[in-house]
Design a protein around this ligand. Structure first.
Ligand code: GDD
Ligand code: MN
Length: 384
């Protein structure tokens, strides 16, 4: 009988069920955003690499406007090894992988991109290595001998190398390609790391290594990174910000939520905007102080909203009408926060006569209020 509380206590007798009803042994998780043109090619590639073995493929699609999910579901009617998890109002490669893994019961899980840049012919070899217990996680690697980054331009290659170097605070030195998005692991690796995963941004592998309670036994298999099959990369300048947030979350996330750190950085930039508006209004246009102050605060709040929407809450980014609604809620919430700021500050000032302490107290209480309220009401996040 299993001793561990996480294991099922009651084991059903499954031995006399027909073999063709058995669940998949390997789940291949494919995060997708606008990959419609790659789906059929990828499925063909998976079929020829994995053959008739007990595998399934789970596409985790973030409501792609190009109809990726619709196509996957259509193909799934002809092949029940194909499944689709669709998410709405959310984005993120890492969190998509996590949800794909959670949607499967397979004892082995792989993650692979939809655009055929990763070499799917390695999958059987990865599975064999896991079954032979050579490792508990096997990584498709561009940086071990025999591997290659393909025809990346110098800029992207440099970015990747910087990323690898930075990741050294999180992952073991022996791991050559911690930024790889292509790997296979025993389910227990995921289960052990799950509670501590940050699931921010693109780098799910680095996250897994950093979240593991004990060092992972890994193996790297070389492959050549191919050119993208169709469509375009989703990597953009903000991916670097996401990566910084992942590193920060791993380093200080247990003390202070990384979103609050991001929110505070944006808030500090907002103060600069405030003065950039206030100064010319008073100095040049001779606007009365109260009016100038109100206008400056309004501009700073709008700036903060826009920046938080595209950075801090990038995964829950509001667009169109929702942007407008979110902006109104944000300005409303922060106005209340402003009143609280002044109230707390003057209370401390009156009680202790210390104006610096009063100002700081007001700022801390006001920004915590702003953070908590806008997180929930503006971006609809109740968890992290
Ligand atoms: N569900 C979901 N949500 N999928 C996404 C999202 C998202 O927000 N963003 C990207 N994807 C999917 C893409 O559709 C693709 O299947 C895969 O994630 C990788 O995205 P690309 O845009 O092709 O990334 P890349 O080629 O620049 O970088 C990839 O390869 C590198 C090397 O292995 C990523 O996997 C990197 O993490 C990896 O370092
Ligand atoms: Mn790609």
């Amino acid at each position: 009988m299993p001793q561990n509380g996480h294991q099922p206590q009651h084991r059903a007798d499954l031995s006399n069920l027909p073999e063709d009803r058995r669940g998949a042994e390997l789940a291949v998780i494919v995060p997708t955003f606008n990959e419609q043109q790659n789906i059929v090619t990828l499925l063909d590639a998976l079929r020829s690499s994995l053959g008739d073995g007990p595998w399934e493929v789970i596409f985790v699609d973030d409501a792609s406007p190009d109809g990726t999910a619709e196509l996957v579901r259509e193909l799934a009617t002809a092949d029940r090894r194909i499944r689709c998890v669709q998410r709405f109002g959310r984005r993120g490669l890492s969190s998509a992988c996590v949800e794909g893994i959670l949607a499967s019961s397979a004892p082995y899980v792989a993650v692979i991109d939809a655009d055929l840049q990763h070499d799917e012919t390695l999958l059987p070899q990865m599975l064999e290595a896991l079954k032979a217990d050579e490792a508990e996680i096997v990584i498709g690697s561009r940086y071990v001998s025999g591997g290659d980054i393909g025809d990346w331009d110098a800029g992207r290659a440099r970015m990747s190398r910087i990323g690898v170097r930075l990741s050294r605070v999180l992952v073991p030195a022996g791991l050559k390609d911690p930024m790889s998005g292509f790997f296979m692991m025993h389910r227990s690796v995921f289960d052990r790391s799950r509670a501590r995963l940050s699931a921010i941004g693109f780098k799910i592998l680095a996250d897994l290594f950093a979240s593991a309670p004990e060092p992972l036994r890994f193996k790297e298999l070389p492959y050549r990174f191919r050119p993208r099959n169709a469509g375009e990369s989703k990597l953009d300048s903000v991916t670097a910000w996401d990566y910084a947030m992942l590193l920060l979350d791993k380093l200080v996330g247990h003390v202070v939520p990384v979103r609050f750190v991001a929110f505070s950085i944006v808030g500090a930039m907002g103060v600069a905007v405030h003065f950039a508006v206030l100064t010319p209004l008073i100095r040049i246009l001779h606007t009365p102080f109260m009016e100038a102050q109100a206008l400056a605060a309004f501009c700073a709040m709008t700036f903060n909203f826009a920046l938080n929407n595209s950075l801090t809450y990038r995964d829950a980014r509001l667009r169109g009408w929702r942007w407008l609604r979110g902006w109104m809620l944000f300005v409303l919430a922060c106005s209340v926060g402003g009143v609280m700021n002044v109230a707390v500050a003057s209370f401390i000032f009156k009680s202790y006569g210390a104006w610096v302490l009063g100002a700081l107290g007001g700022i801390v209480v006001g920004s915590m209020w702003n953070y908590a309220v806008t997180k929930f009401f503006t971006w609809g996040r109740s968890g992290t």
